[in-house]
Design a protein around this ligand. Structure first.
Ligand SMILES: Cc1ncc(COP(=O)(O)O)c(C=O)c1O
Length: 505
């Protein structure tokens, strides 16, 4: 692997150098043994880099210059909504009155913060047609787990009610297995195009994931769903538009089937960028929704966070939301914290990633409802422009208008010229673009999933399409060394890189 010339901080380390200084205080020095019991003390010093501030800043600045980011250019990574995030959201999040507040501050000192969270809750609820929300989950996947634990607590409470008992939320919702065992609902249905986090969250919540196939139009196969849905199903979990970028046109019928069987409908809202202000999951029949604020609402996805995956619920699930949650108190004049009666408990230390919430409110207020609708209109328009433009050089497996992203295939390129989806993606890096998502969704061979997003101009889309066409038409030269040849890191053996984290040369 080509590591380039940047040494690690440990390689830069020189004994005695430091990038910090602490003011001396009046307190007497105490030997460490008087603070920490000797049996808990390590017998050797940790190997930490000793570098000056100059070395430290230089190191990270050089690394940042080797990085590709949403600020640098187009990042059409399907399913990730890597759009440009406007800088005013950074300014809002950096306001001292927000950034410097400790999460344990007494509620009378943080009335503004609590009002902000409640305002965003109201705005998002009206955007998706739900009744209340939690902002505790720190990512989409954490939102999925939270939502599914609420589904589980809901069914357990219903079962307890029908047996004449009182349902305890926390105990019913978490761990143990008694929650769904008593309700007899042990399964959650997901389509075969689902994002990988969906089956993982289903399993983590103690359910069995049952997969239904997609039909020839890329939507849920209704006949297969009818067969799968029975009294042991707790929920049907869908993304709409789905991960093929296609709108589930039978959603009303799917909701009817689920509800008739007593199951809930879970909306994975990671693709909300496609439908802002156009259609609401609540009106489609969904009961639980998670959103990725770190996609749609002015915080970048990827990069390790911080993220925010709020979960929004319909009236009948309000009681199960995690707590404590901010709310306007009974007097209508002051905000405070409340714990819903049958809450599933806490899902995050403190109150979630609060500054992502602040950024989202800034974005919502800045755009307003007309602006948000325009975001989705443009995202859908851009994806369809790319779809039409590339249909002569790649295969488009589902030949119908898409929503915010389009899945194309390099299957023919591979069989004709040996150029796989991976090769196309790596060559695109040499053309100065981030690669699309590849080999996902799993049901399309040699899949390339392109999500141009609304923030890219026609000129950028044209340049992206031209680069992809150049790659497909073979005018990019092949040589012995595989692409990418112009990036700080060349092609790595990804399976090995994931399993052997140490670089041996
Ligand atoms: C459709 C879908 N669902 C769920 C997730 C999971 O979100 P997160 O990465 O924040 O956990 C993603 C992430 O991209 C997604 O695209």
């Amino acid at each position: 692997m080509n590591r380039g010339s940047e040494p690690t901080l440990l390689e830069l380390s020189v004994p005695g150098r430091q990038a910090w200084s602490l003011q001396r205080n009046e307190l007497p020095d105490r030997p460490i043994e008087s603070c920490i019991p000797p049996e808990h003390l390590a017998d050797h010093r940790p190997r930490l880099p000793e570098v000056s501030e100059r070395d430290l800043v230089g190191h990270f600045t050089r690394l940042s210059h080797r990085q590709y980011s949403v600020d640098l250019g187009s990042y059409p990574l399907g399913s990730c909504t890597m759009k440009y995030n406007p800088k005013f959201a950074d300014e809002v999040a950096a306001l001292r009155g927000l950034a410097d507040v400790h999460p344990a501050a007494p509620e009378q000192a943080i009335q503004g913060w609590l009002a902000l969270v409640c305002d965003l809750e109201k705005a998002l609820c009206s955007l998706v047609g739900m009744a209340g929300a939690t902002f505790q989950p720190a990512a989409g996947a954490a939102g999925e787990l939270t939502g599914l634990l609420m589904v589980r607590a809901f069914h357990a409470a219903g079962e307890a009610r029908s047996r004449g008992g009182a349902a305890g939320g926390g105990a019913a919702g978490r761990g143990g297995g008694s929650g769904h065992a008593s309700s007899g609902r042990t399964k959650v249905i997901i389509p075969d195009s689902a994002h990988g986090t969906n089956p993982a969250s289903v399993t983590l919540a103690g359910y069995e994931a049952v997969t239904v196939p997609s039909d020839t139009r890329g939507c849920v196969d209704l006949a297969a769903l009818r067969e799968a849905i029975a009294g042991d199903v707790a929920a049907v979990m869908l993304t709409n538009p789905n991960t093929l970028g296609l709108f589930e046109e039978d959603i009303a019928e799917i909701a009817r089937l689920a509800h008739n069987r007593g199951a809930l409908l879970y909306y994975d809202g990671a693709n909300l960028n496609a439908i802002l202000g156009m259609v609401r999951p609540g009106d489609m029949g969904f009961d639980v929704v998670h959103l990725n604020l770190h996609k749609t609402f002015a915080t970048p996805h990827g990069g390790g966070g911080p993220g925010s995956g709020p979960v929004l619920v319909s009236e009948r699930l309000l009681d199960f939301l995690p707590g404590p949650r901010p709310a306007l108190m009974g007097d209508g004049e002051r905000y405070g914290w409340m714990v819903p009666e049958r809450s599933i408990g806490r899902m995050h230390s403190w109150h979630g990633n609060a500054l992502v919430v602040a950024r989202a409110l800034a974005y919502v207020l800045y755009n307003g409802s007309a602006g948000l609708r325009k975001v989705s209109n443009l995202a859908v328009l851009n994806a369809n422009w790319i779809r039409k433009r590339l249909e002569s050089s790649y295969q488009v497996p589902f030949d119908r208008p898409c929503m915010h992203e389009v899945v194309i295939s390099a299957e023919k390129l591979k069989s004709d010229r040996g150029l796989s989806a991976l090769d196309v993606a790596k060559r695109l890096l040499e053309e100065g673009f981030h690669a699309p998502t590849i080999y996902f969704p799993l049901i399309v061979r040699e899949a390339l999933m392109i999500e141009p997003t609304e923030t890219e101009s026609l000129q950028t889309l044209q340049a992206l399409a031209e680069a992809l066409e150049r790659i497909a038409s073979g005018t990019v030269e092949r040589d012995a060394k595989p692409a990418p040849r112009t990036t700080p890191v060349g092609r790595v053996d990804e399976a090995r890189a994931a399993r052997r984290l140490e670089i041996t040369g």
